[in-house]
Design a protein around this ligand. Sequence first.
Ligand code: AMP
Length: 192
Amino acid sequence: MLNLVFFGPPGAGKGTQSAQIINRYGLVHLSTGDIFRYNIGNKTELGKLAKSYIDKGQLVPDEVTINMLKSEVNKIENPKGFIFDGFPRTTFQAEVLDSFLEEKGTKVAGMISLEVPEAELKERLRKRAIDSGRADDANPEIIANRISVYNNETAPVKVFYDKQEKLHAIKGVGSIDEITNDIIKTIESLKD
Ligand code: AMP
């Protein structure tokens, strides 16, 4: 199995690049943010709970997120691999993911970290709010909160994978195809 963690702050391009890569490698794209939004749209209990955090730009509690992620992984029969997009977002989530995959006889092959300057991120989120209608993209205070949560709670996840020599930083600025090509080169190096 080829399991990849796509990492980066809000607006870095994780979703866009995941969509570019999944078909090429036959991977399953699991975006915790998309799954939460799907549940919010369907007004499930999980959706109601998640919304109360997402609307403030806070992380959904680890336990809730981890249980959801595990159940999504377990739904797939004979997967070729996964792109985890927006997960793990805390060091605890990263530790749990490692042991969960180990139980399944597999592991994270690498973390693809998309690097984008903060001013560019804010501009992308402002534009995305108009196109996507995502409430958490529209409010500058919520955006600022998401970026600070990212810096405080999520950025340490990079250190976690760096220690395992699995961190691959990719410049997330340029054309979508250029960035995809850089990611493909990295994935090919992981397969050796
Ligand atoms: P995203 O679409 O990845 O930007 O996620 C949107 C929101 O969903 C985030 O701002 C968090 O509130 C929540 N969320 C997504 N993934 C996670 C995660 N792994 N852990 C906790 N909260 C998450």
